[in-house]
Design a protein around this ligand. Structure first.
Ligand code: CA
Length: 235
Protein backbone atom coordinates (compact mmCIF):
# COMPACT_ATOMS: atom_id res chain seq x y z
CA UNK A 1 0.00 0.00 0.00
CA UNK A 2 1.36 3.39 -0.99
CA UNK A 3 1.17 6.51 1.09
CA UNK A 4 -2.10 8.41 1.11
CA UNK A 5 -1.98 11.39 -1.25
CA UNK A 6 -3.66 14.75 -0.88
CA UNK A 7 -5.99 14.20 -3.81
CA UNK A 8 -9.64 14.38 -2.85
CA UNK A 9 -11.94 11.93 -4.58
CA UNK A 10 -15.72 11.75 -4.44
CA UNK A 11 -17.49 8.48 -5.25
CA UNK A 12 -21.06 9.03 -6.41
CA UNK A 13 -22.81 5.67 -6.21
CA UNK A 14 -26.18 4.69 -4.80
CA UNK A 15 -25.40 1.01 -4.19
CA UNK A 16 -23.77 1.00 -0.78
CA UNK A 17 -21.78 -2.20 -1.22
CA UNK A 18 -20.41 -1.14 -4.56
CA UNK A 19 -19.55 2.35 -3.25
CA UNK A 20 -17.64 0.74 -0.39
CA UNK A 21 -15.85 -1.57 -2.83
CA UNK A 22 -14.74 1.40 -4.93
CA UNK A 23 -13.58 3.23 -1.83
CA UNK A 24 -11.57 0.19 -0.68
CA UNK A 25 -9.92 -0.12 -4.08
CA UNK A 26 -8.98 3.57 -4.11
CA UNK A 27 -7.74 3.45 -0.55
CA UNK A 28 -5.59 0.48 -1.42
CA UNK A 29 -4.21 2.58 -4.27
CA UNK A 30 -3.37 5.33 -1.78
CA UNK A 31 -6.32 7.66 -2.25
CA UNK A 32 -8.82 9.12 0.18
CA UNK A 33 -12.40 9.08 -1.00
CA UNK A 34 -15.78 10.26 0.22
CA UNK A 35 -19.09 8.75 -0.85
CA UNK A 36 -22.32 10.40 -1.95
CA UNK A 37 -25.32 8.14 -2.59
CA UNK A 38 -27.83 10.61 -4.00
CA UNK A 39 -27.57 12.85 -7.07
CA UNK A 40 -28.60 16.12 -5.47
CA UNK A 41 -26.44 15.49 -2.41
CA UNK A 42 -23.50 14.71 -4.73
CA UNK A 43 -23.88 17.96 -6.66
CA UNK A 44 -23.93 19.94 -3.42
CA UNK A 45 -20.78 18.19 -2.20
CA UNK A 46 -19.05 18.87 -5.52
CA UNK A 47 -19.92 22.57 -5.31
CA UNK A 48 -18.80 22.80 -1.71
CA UNK A 49 -15.65 20.68 -1.75
CA UNK A 50 -14.49 20.82 -5.36
CA UNK A 51 -12.95 17.33 -5.30
CA UNK A 52 -10.00 16.70 -7.62
CA UNK A 53 -11.72 13.70 -9.14
CA UNK A 54 -15.20 12.18 -9.17
CA UNK A 55 -16.07 8.54 -9.82
CA UNK A 56 -19.57 8.98 -11.15
CA UNK A 57 -22.38 6.46 -11.46
CA UNK A 58 -25.07 7.44 -13.99
CA UNK A 59 -28.29 5.95 -12.64
CA UNK A 60 -28.89 7.70 -9.33
CA UNK A 61 -31.79 8.89 -7.20
CA UNK A 62 -32.95 12.55 -7.57
CA UNK A 63 -30.44 13.63 -10.25
CA UNK A 64 -28.73 11.46 -12.85
CA UNK A 65 -24.98 11.32 -13.28
CA UNK A 66 -25.25 13.05 -16.65
CA UNK A 67 -27.30 15.87 -15.10
CA UNK A 68 -24.70 16.29 -12.37
CA UNK A 69 -21.92 16.35 -14.95
CA UNK A 70 -23.64 18.83 -17.27
CA UNK A 71 -24.54 21.11 -14.35
CA UNK A 72 -21.07 21.15 -12.83
CA UNK A 73 -19.40 21.79 -16.19
CA UNK A 74 -21.87 24.64 -16.89
CA UNK A 75 -20.89 26.11 -13.52
CA UNK A 76 -17.21 25.91 -14.42
CA UNK A 77 -16.39 23.12 -11.95
CA UNK A 78 -13.40 21.31 -13.39
CA UNK A 79 -12.97 18.18 -11.28
CA UNK A 80 -11.82 15.21 -13.33
CA UNK A 81 -14.73 12.83 -13.90
CA UNK A 82 -14.49 9.07 -14.43
CA UNK A 83 -17.90 7.61 -15.19
CA UNK A 84 -18.46 4.15 -13.72
CA UNK A 85 -21.73 2.66 -14.91
CA UNK A 86 -23.60 -0.41 -16.06
CA UNK A 87 -24.65 1.53 -19.17
CA UNK A 88 -22.26 0.17 -21.76
CA UNK A 89 -23.85 1.19 -25.07
CA UNK A 90 -21.74 3.28 -27.37
CA UNK A 91 -24.46 5.95 -27.27
CA UNK A 92 -24.26 6.17 -23.49
CA UNK A 93 -20.49 6.40 -23.58
CA UNK A 94 -20.56 9.16 -26.19
CA UNK A 95 -23.17 11.08 -24.21
CA UNK A 96 -20.92 10.84 -21.17
CA UNK A 97 -17.93 12.30 -23.00
CA UNK A 98 -20.09 15.00 -24.59
CA UNK A 99 -21.29 16.00 -21.13
CA UNK A 100 -17.67 16.49 -20.06
CA UNK A 101 -16.42 13.16 -18.71
CA UNK A 102 -12.68 12.50 -18.78
CA UNK A 103 -12.95 8.70 -18.76
CA UNK A 104 -15.56 5.99 -18.82
CA UNK A 105 -15.52 2.55 -17.24
CA UNK A 106 -18.34 -0.01 -17.34
CA UNK A 107 -19.53 -2.40 -14.64
CA UNK A 108 -18.51 -5.05 -13.84
CA UNK A 109 -15.10 -3.45 -13.51
CA UNK A 110 -11.68 -4.43 -12.28
CA UNK A 111 -10.70 -2.45 -9.17
CA UNK A 112 -7.09 -2.38 -10.34
CA UNK A 113 -8.13 -0.91 -13.67
CA UNK A 114 -10.18 1.75 -11.90
CA UNK A 115 -7.18 2.74 -9.77
CA UNK A 116 -4.93 2.79 -12.86
CA UNK A 117 -7.38 5.07 -14.66
CA UNK A 118 -7.61 7.39 -11.68
CA UNK A 119 -3.82 7.56 -11.55
CA UNK A 120 -3.72 8.37 -15.26
CA UNK A 121 -6.10 11.28 -14.68
CA UNK A 122 -3.91 12.71 -11.95
CA UNK A 123 -0.81 12.37 -14.12
CA UNK A 124 -2.59 14.37 -16.78
CA UNK A 125 -3.55 17.08 -14.29
CA UNK A 126 0.12 17.42 -13.34
CA UNK A 127 1.10 17.77 -16.99
CA UNK A 128 -1.60 20.42 -17.48
CA UNK A 129 -0.13 22.42 -14.63
CA UNK A 130 2.29 23.98 -17.12
CA UNK A 131 6.01 24.67 -17.14
CA UNK A 132 8.11 24.52 -13.99
CA UNK A 133 8.71 27.79 -12.20
CA UNK A 134 12.46 27.62 -12.84
CA UNK A 135 13.62 27.38 -16.44
CA UNK A 136 17.16 26.37 -17.31
CA UNK A 137 17.96 27.62 -20.77
CA UNK A 138 20.98 27.20 -23.01
CA UNK A 139 23.89 29.53 -22.31
CA UNK A 140 23.52 28.99 -18.55
CA UNK A 141 20.51 31.30 -18.43
CA UNK A 142 18.05 30.67 -15.62
CA UNK A 143 14.57 32.15 -15.53
CA UNK A 144 12.67 32.20 -12.27
CA UNK A 145 9.05 32.59 -13.34
CA UNK A 146 7.81 32.89 -9.78
CA UNK A 147 10.18 35.70 -8.81
CA UNK A 148 10.25 37.25 -12.29
CA UNK A 149 14.03 37.15 -12.48
CA UNK A 150 16.49 36.23 -15.19
CA UNK A 151 19.98 35.16 -14.18
CA UNK A 152 22.58 35.41 -16.93
CA UNK A 153 26.28 36.20 -17.10
CA UNK A 154 26.33 36.48 -13.33
CA UNK A 155 23.77 39.29 -13.47
CA UNK A 156 20.18 39.50 -12.45
CA UNK A 157 17.55 41.11 -14.62
CA UNK A 158 13.86 41.62 -13.94
CA UNK A 159 11.18 40.05 -16.09
CA UNK A 160 7.89 41.90 -16.40
CA UNK A 161 4.69 39.99 -15.58
CA UNK A 162 3.68 40.33 -19.23
CA UNK A 163 6.97 38.88 -20.43
CA UNK A 164 6.55 35.97 -18.02
CA UNK A 165 3.03 35.34 -19.34
CA UNK A 166 4.26 35.37 -22.94
CA UNK A 167 7.07 33.00 -22.05
CA UNK A 168 4.74 30.56 -20.29
CA UNK A 169 2.31 30.70 -23.19
CA UNK A 170 5.00 30.00 -25.78
CA UNK A 171 6.41 27.12 -23.74
CA UNK A 172 2.98 25.61 -23.18
CA UNK A 173 2.62 25.55 -26.97
CA UNK A 174 6.20 24.47 -27.63
CA UNK A 175 7.06 23.54 -31.20
CA UNK A 176 3.75 24.95 -32.40
CA UNK A 177 3.19 28.24 -34.16
CA UNK A 178 1.71 30.92 -31.93
CA UNK A 179 0.31 33.85 -33.91
CA UNK A 180 0.31 37.47 -32.82
CA UNK A 181 -3.48 37.12 -32.64
CA UNK A 182 -3.17 34.16 -30.24
CA UNK A 183 -0.98 36.25 -27.97
CA UNK A 184 -3.19 39.35 -28.17
CA UNK A 185 -6.27 37.34 -27.24
CA UNK A 186 -4.85 34.83 -24.75
CA UNK A 187 -2.13 36.90 -23.07
CA UNK A 188 -3.30 40.50 -23.52
CA UNK A 189 -6.96 39.43 -23.33
CA UNK A 190 -7.98 41.57 -26.28
CA UNK A 191 -11.48 40.83 -27.56
CA UNK A 192 -10.25 40.58 -31.13
CA UNK A 193 -7.00 39.98 -32.93
CA UNK A 194 -7.95 42.56 -35.56
CA UNK A 195 -5.92 45.35 -34.10
CA UNK A 196 -3.03 47.17 -35.66
CA UNK A 197 -0.35 46.97 -33.07
CA UNK A 198 3.34 46.33 -32.83
CA UNK A 199 2.99 45.51 -29.14
CA UNK A 200 3.59 41.79 -29.56
CA UNK A 201 6.72 42.21 -31.66
CA UNK A 202 8.14 44.80 -29.31
CA UNK A 203 7.63 42.49 -26.34
CA UNK A 204 9.20 39.58 -28.20
CA UNK A 205 12.30 41.68 -28.90
CA UNK A 206 12.52 42.54 -25.21
CA UNK A 207 12.04 38.94 -24.18
CA UNK A 208 14.67 37.68 -26.60
CA UNK A 209 17.15 40.15 -25.20
CA UNK A 210 16.63 38.56 -21.77
CA UNK A 211 16.30 34.83 -22.48
CA UNK A 212 18.10 34.12 -25.75
CA UNK A 213 21.77 33.09 -25.54
CA UNK A 214 22.33 35.19 -28.67
CA UNK A 215 19.45 37.69 -28.96
CA UNK A 216 20.53 38.71 -32.48
CA UNK A 217 20.14 35.13 -33.69
CA UNK A 218 17.21 33.79 -31.70
CA UNK A 219 17.04 30.01 -31.32
CA UNK A 220 14.38 29.62 -28.62
CA UNK A 221 11.77 32.12 -29.74
CA UNK A 222 11.81 31.49 -33.47
CA UNK A 223 10.11 33.73 -36.00
CA UNK A 224 7.74 31.89 -38.31
CA UNK A 225 7.57 34.19 -41.29
CA UNK A 226 4.11 35.58 -41.98
CA UNK A 227 2.62 33.65 -39.08
CA UNK A 228 4.07 34.39 -35.68
CA UNK A 229 6.46 32.71 -33.28
CA UNK A 230 7.41 29.29 -32.07
CA UNK A 231 9.19 28.17 -28.92
CA UNK A 232 11.80 25.50 -29.56
CA UNK A 233 14.13 24.30 -26.82
CA UNK A 234 15.24 20.79 -27.75
CA UNK A 235 16.86 19.13 -30.72
CA1 CA B 1 -26.79 3.35 -9.71
Amino acid sequence: MTETTQHQILIVEDEATLAQGVRDALQYGGYNAQIATDGQQALEMIRREKPDLIVLDLMLPSLSGLEILATMRAEGLRSRVVILTALADEEDILRGFQAGADDYLTKPFSPRELVARVEAQFRRVEMDAGPPEMLELPGDIKVDLARLEVHRDGKLEALTPREADILKYLIRHRDRVVTRGDLLIDVWHYQSANVETRTVDIHIVGLRRKVEPDPANPSLIQTVRGKGYRWHDSD
